[in-house]
Design a protein around this ligand. Structure first.
Ligand SMILES: CC(C)NC(=O)[C@H](Cc1c[nH]c2ccccc12)NC(=O)[C@H](CCCC/N=C(/NCCC(=O)O)S[C@H]1O[C@H](COP(=O)(O)OP(=O)(O)OC[C@H]2O[C@@H](n3cnc4c(N)ncnc43)[C@H](O)[C@@H]2O)[C@@H](O)[C@H]1O)NC(=O)OCc1ccccc1
Ligand SMILES: [Zn+2]
Length: 241
């Protein structure tokens, strides 16, 4: 894949690169993308049916087990060359901010220092009633779901469910990073979930060069200045060559 010299020039001279990622960046690690995540016994559900406070209240054990099965899948895999290339770019460039929709923690596992988790992290748990962050021991109790040792409420995964607000600080810092960036990578996301999907549009509206990295077309091809059609685990390492 030959890259547009203008893109390589912008990357080499970037003062601040913002890298916005979705499930696609973890696909080559063996984690099915959000659309494909509902395989096997979960196949009859839509993500929006399970990742909501209503679903949790309706059937807390089922939702807890879904997250437990995803946590187990994530524990068995490793970051891929796409994650590592982003971490390497973070060492080479003056400033790089990762803004991720992923809850798997693989950017941090690959060594990326500045990672803003817009939709939380599946390895953390909080109390659905009092909001307290639970200890790993509490979350390991043999109950589905385990109960909070503070108030006795049910523990829930530390992710943002549909209908819930994004973490205010992560969102504020993400908008700030997009406003400061001179280059914006949109990697492995279908960009269908709001307000996260507004960030590529914001970047474009601020005159930031937008690069889309995805094997398929997405809603954000229209705001991209450069479209790299391929898998992030193959395209990103080549950008470092
Ligand atoms: C479905 C959608 C229309 N619904 C929403 O956007 C809703 C509602 C909404 C709000 N504003 C709107 C405006 C318009 C319409 C709807 C809304 N948004 C919300 O509910 C948000 C919260 C949304 C967050 C939900 N949580 C997630 N995840 C955590 C949980 C969990 O993980 O279980 S969202 C989850 O789904 C999304 C999945 O998208 P992708 O990551 O892009 O994955 P996908 O599978 O779709 O695509 C993969 C892509 O990768 C590509 N690919 C595949 N292989 C590779 C490869 N190898 N390399 C590169 N790319 C690859 C594929 O081609 C594809 O393009 C991600 O964001 C992911 O985090 N909250 C909120 O609005 O709250 C209000 C509020 C405000 C104030 C106070 C109180 C309340
Ligand atoms: Zn509690």
């Amino acid at each position: 894949m030959n890259f547009d010299p203008d893109l390589l020039d912008k990357l080499r001279n970037s003062r601040h690169l913002a890298v916005f990622t979705g499930a696609g960046v973890s696909a080559e690690s063996g984690i099915p993308t959000f659309r494909d995540a509902l395989a096997g016994l979960w196949a009859k559900y839509r993500p929006e049916d399970l990742a909501t406070p209503e679903a949790f209240l309706r059937d807390p054990a089922m939702v807890w087990q879904w997250y437990a099965s995803r946590r187990a899948a994530i524990a068995a895999i490793h970051p891929n060359p796409g994650h590592h290339a982003i971490a390497r770019l973070g060492q080479l460039l003056r400033r790089l901010t990762v803004i991720t929709q992923n809850v798997d923690g693989l950017h941090q596992a690959a060594g990326s220092g500045r990672v803003l988790e817009l939709h939380g992290n599946i390895h953390r748990n909080t109390c659905f009633a009092c909001g307290r962050e639970a200890t790993p021991e509490e979350a390991a109790q043999d109950a589905t779901p385990p109960l909070c040792q503070g108030c006795g409420g049910m523990l829930r995964p530390g992710v943002v469910w549909f209908g819930e607000a994004l973490p205010a600080e992560a969102w504020r810092q993400s908008v700030e990073a997009v406003e400061d960036a001179d280059l914006f990578f949109c990697v492995g996301t279908s960009s269908l979930v709001e307000p996260a999907a507004s960030l590529p549009r914001l970047a474009r509206s601020l005159g930031c060069a937008v690069v889309q990295i995805n094997p398929d077309a997405t809603a954000h091809d229209a705001v991209a200045d450069f479209i790299l059609r391929g898998k992030s685990g193959e395209v990103l390492p080549r950008l470092l060559d």
